[in-house]
Design a protein around this ligand. Sequence first.
Ligand SMILES: [Zn+2]
Length: 189
Amino acid sequence: MSDEKENNKIIYSFKCPSCQQGIIDIVKNIYNVPDGDKMLILKFECNTCNFHKNDVIPLTTNIEPGIMTLRVINEEDLKSKIYRSPAGKLEIPELELAVEPGPRADFYYTNVEGILYRFESAVLIYRNNLDENDHEKSEIDELLDNLKKAMDGRFKFTLKITDTQGGSYIIPKNKSKYTFKKFEKIELE
Ligand SMILES: [Zn+2]
């Protein structure tokens, strides 16, 4: 029962930056994912306005820098969980799609399917900004078609995260499709 006590603990309070009136309590919550993983969820909630934010931080996972890859070949693989830290670069080489690391990249916790949706909406925005006769359009349409197939488990691809600081991870549905290659010190220097 000590787990219960640890949960929903207010760890810090400060004045709301949005309305300047309310108080925001940071509430710490440890969530046990059904497959045995643990996540730390920090909730920021103003008691006056609508300001709120959640941060999800993995607790029981790999923190070593390295390259992790997941082969995605069927619908089950799409349910594999992904956490990309701000230092992680995420790629799908077969589709030439990538999310670069950077300060704008917040914590990013989702599954493979969620990543495909995110890519799809980014590609659609890009397509809508092209000229009617742009020759790039047919290429983009092919990419969108492949993304759709991937979402149905009909397009085989590799999801790769390169993390030079550690913190990103993949929880595969099928462990045999997952590999992790640790960076040796010399590669980082
Ligand atoms: Zn507020």
